[in-house]
Design a protein around this ligand. Structure first.
Ligand code: ME8
Length: 504
């Protein structure tokens, strides 16, 4: 089966921050997990480069939009590599191949009779690139997200007949109750639709930085129409000489809740208008907060993900954000929180389990994992963890799946405490028992590491190598399935404790 997963494409009006890394890592965890299961995965991310958000930021910096886009797109590409994301393609909406397919699809929407010339009169936020109703404004006439004063605009442009899709959208929501999750976001989108849909501008008359409207090149296509189409256009040119659309479309989208309306209302209507199948699903996550405020470049309270990774490593970042904040909801993160979880969970629990296990097999069995059957009690306790992780990740419960795995990590540490292998080692008559305990520990460590692999690919990869068991396929995630007899390799300390003073 194919599994096509996407992140939003990020605006290049500023440098990436931790919020961007968050969605990209989430998509990567799902992509890696599905590859473990042998699915045919395609993972897309990229940058959104047209429209006022970028044009105005470039103007403020005194450079051209293209220069700004080139510079910041590269930073997003660096971030993707640095968080260890295994994306299959990185799209830029300034790619000529993207622009061509955008024009084709928009032309089809026009030919199908869903576009008309009209006049937009109302408020527009250039940072959101979004038309705002009066009810949405705060403090008189400020954007509710960016808190900047909005001007009333009047502009002749092309309109997309979103209102004509009210009924088809309601039907879509009725037929597919889990096409937007979590449920609260489904309810939010549906109630927005039920309030009655207004037509939306499909083009901008005053802006030059964008894709020209094919039948009226004096205007550019509205940036959201251009951007949403990235999910579709990418498949047509991501592989040279090959069109992947039939193989992977429709997509599963991961987005933040800030862009729900575009993805859950406008996007499916556009696709219906162009006679293209709507997405398989949309999962909407919450905000990473700093001191209870959304982390965002406009509020200036962003954490630099590169700095975090310099200090704690990539795997720690990948672990921490999903452990600390329940994926789907909002949650606060902090430097102190990073440090606490790093020491308490990665250093003391997982790292310690690994180093103790390897050290004991080294000391008591010359570095060779004993070949004995798995401990039955432990087997019973770990049975079903792999199935539950899989079920949770099938519904994008990234935090819930991690909690399942972590319960198993803790169970293994308790096993060490209960069995006290260092005592068994002193008793000749307990040699068989010690074999059993050491095998169970090596096997338990292997088992949790295969499950953890999508979250922390680098450290689990090294550990599995050291265990002589590099297979990360999901079918190998069965406790007791790998035979003993492997000779252990070297492993540098995985998560050395950070002393608070040194970390400050
Ligand atoms: O909206 N917490 O781009 P953008 C969690 N170009 N996630 C966050 C976050 C936070 N504090 N801040 C940002 C755009 N994100 C458009 C999208 S898609 C066709 C076009 C993440 O650069 C989250 O995924 O503002 C959010 O939806 C996205 O970054 C917005 O990125």
């Amino acid at each position: 089966m194919s599994f096509y997963i996407t992140t939003p494409i990020y605006y290049v009006n500023a440098e990436p921050h931790l919020g961007h890394a968050y969605t990209t890592i989430a998509a990567d965890i799902l992509a890696r997990h599905m590859r473990q299961r042998g699915e045919d995965v395609f993972f897309l991310t990229g940058t959104d480069e047209h429209g006022e958000p970028v044009a105005q930021a470039a103007e403020r910096e005194g450079i051209s939009p293209r220069e700004l886009a080139d510079r910041n797109s590269e930073r997003f590409r660096d971030l993707v590599a640095r968080v260890n994301a295994t994306n299959d393609f990185f799209i830029r909406t300034s790619d000529p191949q993207h622009e061509r397919v955008v024009q084709e699809v928009v032309q089809r929407i026009y030919d199908n009779g869903h576009v008309y010339a009209g006049t937009y009169e109302g408020y527009y936020c250039p940072r959101c690139a979004d038309f705002k109703t009066e009810a949405e404004l705060v403090d008189g006439n400020k954007c509710p997200i960016h808190l900047i004063v909005l001007e009333r605009e009047k502009e002749d442009n092309w309109f997309f007949k979103l209102s004509a899709f009210q009924k088809p959208l309601e039907e879509l929501y009725a037929e597919r109750p889990d096409w937007v999750t979590p449920q609260s976001r489904y309810n939010e989108a549906l109630s927005f639709i039920k309030q009655g849909l207004n037509d939306v501008s499909l083009s901008r008359a005053r802006l030059r930085w964008g894709v020209p409207v094919p039948w009226d090149t004096s205007q550019v296509i509205y940036v959201w129409i251009d951007a949403l189409l990235n999910y579709y256009t990418a498949l047509s040119y991501a592989r040279e000489g090959e069109d992947l659309t039939d193989r992977y479309w429709p997509a599963r989208h991961l987005i933040g809740k800030d862009i729900l309306k575009f993805h859950a209302v406008i996007w499916p209507a556009m696709l219906m208008a162009a006679e293209i199948e709507v997405p398989k699903s949309i999962f909407v996550h919450g905000y990473l907060l700093m001191d209870e405020h959304k982390m965002s470049k406009s509020l200036g309270n962003v954490i630099d993900p590169f700095e975090v990774m310099d200090r704690f490593g990539t795997d720690t970042l990948r672990f921490y954000v999903f452990r600390e904040v329940n994926f789907g909801g909002d949650g606060s993160i902090s430097a102190a929180g990073f440090e606490t979880r790093y020491n308490a969970e990665l250093a003391n629990e997982y790292g310690n389990l690994a180093s103790r296990t390897l050290a004991m097999i080294g000391r008591y069995r010359d570095g060779v994992v004993p070949d004995t059957p798995a401990d039955e009690v432990l087997s019973a306790d770990l049975a079903g963890v792999d199935a539950r992780v899989r079920e949770k990740l099938d519904v994008v419960d990234i935090t819930g799946a991690l909690e399942e795995i972590w319960t198993a990590v803790r169970r293994l540490n308790r096993y060490v405490q209960d069995e006290q292998p260092w005592k068994l080692a002193k008793d000749e008559s307990a040699a068989d028992r010690l074999d059993g305990v050491l095998y169970a520990l090596a096997e338990g460590l292997r088992f949790v590491s295969v499950l953890l692999h999508p979250y922390m690919p680098e450290s689990t990869g090294k550990l599995l190598e050291a265990l002589g068991q590099p297979d990360v396929s999901y079918s190998s995630a069965a406790f007791g399935s790998a035979p003993g007899g492997a000779r252990l390799g070297e492993l540098a300390p995985m998560f050395p404790r950070i002393e608070p003073a040194a970390a400050a």
